[in-house]
Design a protein around this ligand. Structure first.
Ligand code: UD1
Ligand code: UDP
Length: 380
């Protein structure tokens, strides 16, 4: 094929932006071979803007599908309507989607209706539990049914796809692009002078006493809304009271189902700092300064090994079993007592802590985006 390959990359949420950024940069490096269109659905607004700014992305198409606390059906109907028009105007040879969000699934689904080829970045993650994570497990399984190229981040993911009957020729083991993204981010930050340091990093430096142990917390999963979020918050409150040499820093997701209970239970506690979502630069800084991390985030489970930070995963199931198998993360669930017990163990015992410090990164070598780009070239 002599003409350029027309690729459309779609993203809508914070993690899709972060994990697609290095793929975008790699494809842009090969502009003699690719004609790239960037489409942001705007599923996230403020949280995606932070990513677009940090990674210096320039979407060609910016949809605006977010309204406050909308239902999944409302969100879905807006994406379906808009993507049809986007594809009619741009006619790509291939669309790339990332992960398991509503943006990823519906972009792929509408591409399928128009018989456009689909490449799935971060394919093959599974819990095989329909409602956990919800709706992500089904979103990603459905993308696997219709994708033409599956970029598996790990051997486990590769094998899941193989077991599901996908032709091996269509599965490429690439590593996770999150490793490429974190490397790019660290490099950008290291090349900044003290004066250029982000305002948010200065704000955090003033906010936190770094002589204390920092526990970084994030939480946003839909399957935890309600009682489970409250249970986790009760555990954090208890830990903050038991350990006065600890500061819990919690950048709260903007979803009101999360910020509501977090504010009610954890507001006004001296050693708990509830803060706004951070841009990637201050977030990387905060991860690097933390003693360990408590999270239900997928991306953070994958980033933590690069920064050698133990993770307590506040979920019942994880598709990032690689870290659990290596002993560098622990699946502690959302029960108050279990979270307190496991956090106390890390705070009380240096030996237990050391066991959870990563030696290797099971999620990739930072070359995923190159492998993805090469595979697309080979495919065409
Ligand atoms: C979404 C993804 C989830 C991903 C997560 C990353 C789906 C169904 N869920 O979940 O897979 O792990 O993003 O964070 O695709 N909001 C804002 N501003 C923002 C972002 C969100 O105000 O910048 C609020 C809005 O009220 C919005 C709500 O959060 O309606 C929920 O956002 P939504 O994208 O539907 O789901 P997330 O929980 O963010
Ligand atoms: N992140 C960020 N600022 C924050 C919290 C997280 O930049 O305040 C980054 C984090 O480093 C990771 C990604 O956002 O790369 C994870 O996003 P999230 O937890 O929202 O989604 P998930 O990965 O669970 O889909």
């Amino acid at each position: 094929m002599n003409k350029k390959i027309k690729v459309l990359i779609s993203f809508g949420t914070r993690p899709e932006g972060i994990k697609m950024a290095p793929v975008i940069k790699e494809i842009q490096k090969n502009s003699d071979k690719f004609d790239l269109t960037l489409c942001s659905t705007g599923q996230h607004k403020e949280m995606l803007k932070q990513v677009i700014d940090f990674f210096e992305l320039k979407p060609d198409i910016e949809l605006s599908v977010m309204t406050q606390n909308q239902s999944l059906s409302m969100l879905s109907s807006k994406i379906i309507g808009s993507m049809e028009e986007v594809f009619e105007k741009t006619c790509p040879d291939m669309v790339l989607v990332q992960g398991d969000t509503t943006t990823a699934f519906l972009t792929a689904f509408i591409a399928f209706y128009q018989k456009i080829k689909i490449g799935h970045v971060e394919a093959g993650l599974r819990t095989y539990n329909k409602y956990n994570p919800f709706p992500e497990e089904i979103n990603r399984q459905l993308v696997s049914k219709i994708a033409d190229l599956h970029f598996a981040p790990t051997k486990n993911a590769y094998e899941n796809l193989e077991k599901e009957g996908i032709d091996k020729i269509k599965i490429i083991l690439t590593g996770n692009t999150v490793v490429d993204a974190i490397n790019w981010g660290i490099n950008k930050i290291e090349n900044k002078s003290e004066k250029q340091k982000s305002e948010d990093v200065r704000y955090l430096e003033n906010l936190l006493d770094l002589n204390k142990k920092i526990i970084l917390v994030t939480m946003h999963r839909r399957e935890s809304f309600g009682e489970e979020i409250k249970n986790v918050c009760e555990a954090l409150k208890f830990i903050s009271q038991k350990y006065k040499n600890v500061i819990i820093v919690y950048p709260v997701h903007l979803n009101p189902n999360v910020s509501g209970p977090a504010g009610e239970i954890l507001g006004n506690i001296e050693n708990i700092k509830l803060i706004k979502p951070l841009s990637y630069e201050p977030f990387l800084w905060l991860m690097s300064k933390s003693y360990f991390i408590i999270t239900d985030s997928g991306g953070i489970q994958e980033e933590a090994p690069t920064l050698k930070k133990p993770v307590l995963v506040i979920r019942k199931f994880t598709e990032r079993a690689e870290s659990v198998e290596l002993g560098i993360s622990k699946l502690v669930g959302t029960d108050t007592e279990d979270i307190i017990k496991n956090a106390s163990l890390l705070l009380d015992s240096k030996d237990e802590y050391k066991k959870m410090v990563a030696v290797v990164n099971p999620y990739g070598d930072g070359k995923a985006s190159e492998k993805i780009t090469e595979a697309i070239l080979n495919y065409f």
